[in-house]
Design a protein around this ligand. Structure first.
Ligand code: ATP
Ligand code: MG
Length: 420
């Protein structure tokens, strides 16, 4: 039998891993620079956590979760996103007693049972962050600026920022009635999910992916026109902050986000490039979530960026992540005695943080040189009996073909000085 990776999962091979490593490092560096610390949360949680946290009227919970019973009879779900787990950890570990804001970032795998397409997988990765304890809107703008800084450092251009406000329970109460009045005459011709959402969570109907519902959803009244005074002030504050930083944005009153926990600020960064999956990331404020999960009422805000979509976009824009060359020197041997000497040399160099390689295949000299060339190893040292007796070797620089005589006893110092 031939095994294959499961539908919607992918291997990240050595030929592309350097892009991931670089992106992960750059994201972590920017987060650290803003005072965020990394958190690592478990891959699976009890199913209720997501039902309550993400919301049981969402597509994610209703259609996309990987849920199963473990051998102990517990209902377990592979995390479809990071926020619910981070909020659980925040509450469970008493992080509310830490100085505010509590700021955490993460790099996780997430799992959703989806229709697989370019930029849409069943196992995917998210770079994300969450900040607790600050009501903003200063922090809302600061979080958006983390992304603009990150994109700038990577060299990504033309990523459009779209913002919206979806208010608080107060404005939503009034708005829900307006929305229900709007949808009521057509409810019979909408999908079953929307019929159920009509009473439970009409805002979700705006986000429905079913063609029968989309045409009604498009003309629906928008929450942003029904904001209460506090929410309106908050949104104005966000816009003012962004204007101060010179961050351009578009107000898209159609953004409601696919997860139930959002309040007030919601935002997305969108590109034209990533096929039909143009949304590189989404985020927003969730002031009610910590309390919903039985923590003390605490405002929160965060985002999650799809790492695959980010890298697809980076590739489309021709971003060079510069594949590193960890191995700097190849030692080719011309005799068994030389090979013994080389074993000691490479060990010493490695102890001194200089990457090097020697033959492990019993190859002839010419084949060793060919191997070094194939791997683009920048320096070459050939050692035979002559070099052993003279105690001097030639170091060849492959970039310009130049050769330098170096005493064997000083080889570590030599490479330290030229590779520094
Ligand atoms: P979409 O509308 O594309 O389904 P979403 O609203 O479900 O996205 P979020 O839950 O907000 O997505 O997740 C944040 C980000 O994670 C998305 O903007 C996207 O970049 C990425 N993402 C979500 N689902 C997938 C997936 N199945 N495969 C790859 N990336 C994904
Ligand atoms: Mg989705």
């Amino acid at each position: 039998m031939k095994f294959a990776a499961q539908k919607g999962t992918r291997d990240i091979l050595p030929s592309e891993i350097y892009k991931w490593q670089k992106a992960e490092r750059m994201f972590a560096d920017v987060c650290h620079m803003y005072g965020y610390e990394e958190i690592r949360i478990p891959t699976f949680e009890q199913t209720d956590l997501f039902q309550r946290g993400v919301g049981d009227t969402t597509d994610v919970v209703q259609k996309e979760m990987y849920t199963f019973n473990d051998k102990g009879g517990r209902s377990i779900t592979l995390r479809p996103e990071g926020t619910a787990g981070v909020v659980r950890s925040y509450i469970e570990n008493g992080m509310s007693s830490l100085p505010n804001p509590v700021r955490l970032f993460y790099n996780i795998t997430a799992f959703r049972y989806e229709n697989v397409q370019k930029g849409r997988y069943r196992e995917f990765h998210q770079f994300g962050l969450e900040a607790f304890g600050s009501e903003g809107p200063d922090i809302d703008a600061e979080i958006i600026s983390i992304l603009t800084v990150f994109f700038k450092k990577v060299g990504l251009k033309n990523i459009k920022l779209c913002i919206n406000s979806i208010g608080c329970p107060t404005c939503r109460k009034k708005y829900n009635e307006v929305l229900k009045d709007y949808f009521r005459p057509n409810l019979d011709s909408m999908c079953d999910d929307c019929k159920a959402r009509f009473d439970k969570n009409p805002l979700r109907m705006i986000d429905c992916k079913d063609d029968r519902c989309k045409k009604f959803a498009e003309g629906a009244p928008r929450l942003i026109d029904y904001l209460c005074e506090d929410c309106n002030n908050h949104f104005e504050g966000l816009k003012k902050n962004l204007d101060t930083l010179g961050i351009t944005y578009t107000i898209d009153s159609g953004i409601v986000r696919g997860l139930d926990y959002y309040t007030r600020t919601v935002f997305e960064f969108v590109s034209e490039n990533v096929g039909t999956q143009g949304t590189i990331l989404g985020g927003g404020r969730y002031d009610g979530l910590v309390a919903t999960m039985d923590g003390a009422p605490t405002p929160g805000i965060g985002f999650a960026m799809g790492a695959e979509r980010f890298l697809l976009e980076a590739d489309a824009q021709g971003i060079d992540f510069e594949e590193p060359n960890y191995v700097k020197v190849y030692f080719a041997d011309l005799s068994p005695e030389a090979k013994d000497q080389i074993k000691k040399l490479v060990y010493e160099l490695r102890l001194n943080d200089i990457g090097c390689e020697m033959d492990l295949m019993g190859r002839a000299f010419r084949a060793q040189m060919k191997y070094a060339g194939k791997h683009n190893i920048p320096y070459l040292v050939a050692i035979g009996d002559d070099e052993l007796s003279s105690g001097v070797v030639k170091v060849k620089c492959m970039a310009d073909g130049s050769q330098t005589d170096v005493e064997l006893s000083k080889i570590v110092d030599y490479f330290k000085s030229i590779l520094a």
